[in-house]
Design a protein around this ligand. Sequence first.
Ligand SMILES: *[C@@H]1O[C@H](CO)[C@@H](O)[C@H](O)[C@H]1NC(C)=O
Length: 215
Amino acid sequence: MATKILLLGFLALTCSLASASDSSPLQDFCVADPNGPVKVNGFACKNAMAVQASDFSFGGLHITGNTSNPVGSRVTPVTVAQVAGLNTLGISLARIDYAPKGINPPHTHPRASEILTVVDGSLEVGFVTSNPDNRLIATVLQKGDVFVFPVGLIHFQRNVGKGSAIAIAALSSQNPGVITIANAVFGSKPDISTDILGKAFQVDNSVIAKLQAKF
Ligand SMILES: *[C@@H]1O[C@H](CO)[C@@H](O)[C@H](O)[C@H]1NC(C)=O
């Protein structure tokens, strides 16, 4: 009887834990060894004795990103690719610079939710809910304001202030991934068939060919 109650208690505990979040790392850290021969879901761990403070640090987030490009924005990422110590920890960061009228074009992070803070300037931000509603949830943020982009949803930012703007975004993955919609759809290598995109976007194939030439 006591065993049965214990078992039920154990089941209840494990079930509630399982539905609450992903499993946690089983060691203090697992600094990425990008050259490790073993491939796991992430990078293999560097020998813990060889780990240094530099494995956990990054310098340069004070530097303004170069926004001289067609969209007028620049993302400076701080993910496991820049900080090996982020491996397995499920967090990362980015600085985003915006020229006046610059945009961070519609994109999605397949593996992370994002919380963005405006450090300087003013941004219009928004995301679109999944099918069938495809509702646009958008607002304008001022310096000090925070906005959340839920995992997987298409989102964007636009500088609507007078000068340049700066944001810091935190993400719930050490490797959030980015899919920029226009680049993925019109700039795939090789191209998705013009005919497929013509039907999908309900336009003449020549419109698609024009878009594909741009990406
Ligand atoms: C910024 O990027 C543009 C376009 O790639 C380049 O021509 C320019 O030299 C860059 N500016 C700086 C300061 O690096």
